[in-house]
Design a protein around this ligand. Structure first.
Ligand code: C2E
Ligand code: MG
Ligand code: MG
Ligand code: MG
Length: 269
């Protein structure tokens, strides 16, 4: 009996999975049709300077006006497009459209408002992405400095070599890169009952010599303080690092300066 029940459950699960897969296939097919029928459009959301609310640019956000009007939120259809290679085609359309609409609406001056376009993981991995972007800029006349490409942090982490090369090439073309959804990686600090963060020694090693690393350590220490938790610096080898950490307000540290891993626990000096 238990066995039969177990099998039943597996079957229900299997059916649900199949239905889910079928739905995604249907969505992908409808999306492909929408692209070819011109049913996709871009919504432009202003990005303002907070001092005076002046509009400095817009983020281009994909919209799907499906006849049924059910599947129009990007959160629903972008992941489906991302699963199939359809996102590459949609992404190319988005880039081209965003450049042309911005050029048509705001002119070609280098001082004009920027346009932010979101790049998907697959798109970033395409070897011909820089060529595509160059094409969009050339045909629209938009200066490269007015195109900003948004890439999510989660996409950049573990990005393949091609993606990294693309970013360098795009940067060399004068295109501006933006890290999207920055800070989502910190959500564990809010959601988990942790008492401290340990600062990786890759940041501590260049403390004081690398402005970037120093800024990051300083920000981590401030963040920990604001959250009321400890910051523990790892890999402290030099007195200069310890001094700087103290200055930044870091309260705890470990490293060869204070003691290498030993076989016996010794009390502090
Ligand atoms: P949204 O327009 O619903 O888009 C959701 C996400 O879909 C975007 O998050 C982006 O990751 C993806 N997406 C949209 N268009 C494209 C595209 O052309 N290509 C690719 N690859 N992905 C795309 P993202 O980038 O963080 O955008 C900000 C989101 O926040 C947008 O959602 C926007 O409508 C929404 N938003 C802006 N202001 C507000 C607000 O004041 N309140 C709320 N609740 N949402 C806001
Ligand atoms: Mg974005
Ligand atoms: Mg975002
Ligand atoms: Mg560690």
């Amino acid at each position: 009996r238990a066995k039969a029940e177990g099998r039943g459950r597996v079957e229900v699960f299997d059916t649900r999975l199949r239905r889910h897969a079928r739905e995604r296939l249907r969505t992908a097919a409808a999306l492909e049709r929408a692209l070819s029928l011109g049913q996709l459009r871009l919504a432009f959301q202003p990005i303002v300077r907070l001092a005076d609310s002046a509009v400095v640019g817009h983020e281009a956000l994909l919209r799907w006006d499906s006849p049924g009007g059910v599947m129009s939120a990007p959160a629903d259809f972008i992941p489906v497009a991302e699963e199939s290679a359809l996102i590459v085609e949609i992404g190319a359309w988005t880039l081209m459209q965003a450049c042309h609409e911005t050029a048509a609406g705001f002119g070609l001056s280098p001082d004009g408002p920027v346009v932010d376009v979101n790049l998907s993981r697959r798109q970033l991995a395409q070897p011909d992405l820089p060529a595509l972007v160059a094409d969009c800029l050339r045909s629209s006349g938009l200066p490269s400095s007015r195109l900003r490409l948004e890439v999510k942090e989660t996409v950049l982490l573990g990005a393949p070599k091609t993606a990294r090369r693309n970013l360098d090439d795009l940067r060399a073309m004068g295109v501006v890169l933006v890290l999207d959804d920055f800070g989502t990686g910190y959500s564990s600090l809010r959601d988990l009952p942790v008492a401290a963060v340990k600062i990786d020694r890759s940041f501590v090693g260049q403390l004081g010599t690398s402005p970037g690393d120093t800024a990051i350590v300083s920000a981590i220490v401030s963040l920990a303080k604001a959250l009321g938790i400890d910051a523990i610096a790892e890999g402290v080898e030099h007195e200069s690092q310890a001094a700087l950490l103290r200055e930044l307000g870091c309260t705890l540290a470990q490293g060869y300066l204070f003691g290498a891993p030993g076989t016996r626990i010794t009390s502090g000096s």
